[in-house]
Design a protein around this ligand. Structure first.
Ligand code: CP3
Length: 346
């Protein structure tokens, strides 16, 4: 049976425009909170294939999206490379020993050895594939090397990125060495996700906007393209979605290149600009501002506006970044059903 989401990613005509939401498996769902409480902590949940499978499937059943996204986190990669990850309540992710020197980097596990430690992710994928309806797709994902490196260098989330940017301008060689080592692990990690059964790959470059446009290719995009090239050479039929958040100048100057299928448009980039610059070459995904989900009227207006621009062609509906934890479930359902209404799903 064909999957409408996969067909749409590959640019084939579909009976309606598929829809999913970034961070759709998460805290706005009471059912998620219940399973997380049972698991003990967020990381325990990531490490438990049965429970991770359950929360992956929740938004498909409850909200009616066309694709499930694997429940995990981008930061399990540096965790298994030997950086000690924890989630401090209310403060987000923390690494106790951020990378400062080449010697710190040399101590990390790389390549196949690191990728092989993420067995709980591959086990989760296998379980999901047993249970997911045949017409729905499973999206696997990774963080882009740059976004992962920001946490590995800063030790936590940051508003200024001053530590990694200091490295970018005063010791670019070390930053490139970090990015290259992470890229190697990510290639093998995504290959193993594909072998375990994912249908589509998404690469999240959530902190792309931290890099000035003239440096974006050198410190992030080229590594994402390297990962895409590697996967495409082995698995040409698995669609790849690139999501660099906050790079309108990079798009406008025509600097986007690479062998992938779908470009994820963030909410700060006008869909019409993305269509003009990228729409012939790539399928576009996005891009409703997630905070519109607080209002059904604001949601409907945006869904209609996006449909007007894209015309139901070479498009996947999504938010322009992740759904927030305090969005009413009813409003998330409204978004999905409005996308289906305007694009003609019976
Ligand atoms: O539904 C899905 O999208 C699948 C699961 C998923 C999570 N994280 C679960 C999660 C995915 C795809 C991610 C990716 C992720 N993780 C990104 C890139 C995507 C983006 O939104 O830009 C980033 C930057 C991270 C790192 C991360 N993980 C942070 C900064 C935080 C804390 C901030 C927050 O939102 O609380 C997390 C924790 C996290 N990852 C949660 C979930 C459901 C919340 C944990 C909880 O249950 O308390």
């Amino acid at each position: 049976m064909s999957k409408i989401f996969v067909d749409a990613c590959l640019g084939k005509e579909t009976p309606y425009t598929p829809v999913w939401m970034m961070r759709q498996a998460g805290r706005y769902l009471p059912e998620y909170m219940a399973v997380r409480a049972e698991a003990g902590s967020f990381l325990d949940l990531c490490h438990d294939p049965k429970k991770a499978c359950e929360v992956t499937l929740q938004p498909v059943d409850i909200v009616g999206v066309d694709a499930a996204i694997l429940f995990s986190d981008i930061l399990v990669i540096p965790d298994e490379m030997g950086m000690d990850l924890s989630f401090v309540k209310g403060e987000g992710p923390k690494f106790s020993d951020p990378l400062k020197t080449q010697a710190d980097l040399d101590r990390l596990i790389g390549g196949q050895e690191a990728a092989s430690k993420l067995t709980y992710v591959y086990d989760t994928i296998k379980l999901i594939k047993e249970q997911l309806a045949e017409d729905k797709a499973l999206i696997g994902f990774t963080g882009a090397p740059w976004t992962l490196a920001t946490y590995m260098i800063e030790g936590q989330g940051t508003k200024t990125y001053n530590i990694c940017k200091k490295m970018m301008y005063s010791n670019p060689e070390l930053l490139h060495n970090i990015l290259a080592k992470v890229t190697e692990v990510v290639k093998l990690y995504m290959e193993k996700q594909i072998e375990a059964g994912i249908d589509v790959v998404q690469i999240f470059d959530s902190w792309a906007a931290a890099i000035e446009p003239s440096k974006y290719d050198e410190f992030s995009w080229k590594y994402m393209v390297e990962i895409a090239d590697y996967l495409k050479s082995k698995y040409p039929d698995i669609p790849i979605i690139m999501f660099p958040k906050g790079v309108p100048a990079f798009i406008e100057r025509g600097l986007v290149y690479g062998n992938f299928d779908v470009f994820g448009v963030d909410w700060g980039t006008p869909m019409a600009l993305a269509k003009e610059k990228l729409g012939d070459k790539y399928v576009l995904q996005g891009n409703m501002e997630p905070c519109r989900l607080y209002s059904k009227e604001a949601t409907t207006a945006c869904v209609e506006a996006i449909q007007e621009i894209m015309g139901g062609k070479r498009h996947i509906f999504n938010l322009g970044h992740g759904i927030l934890p305090d969005v009413p479930v009813e409003n998330a359902k409204h978004f999905v059903s409005e996308c289906q209404r305007v694009s003609g799903k019976k």
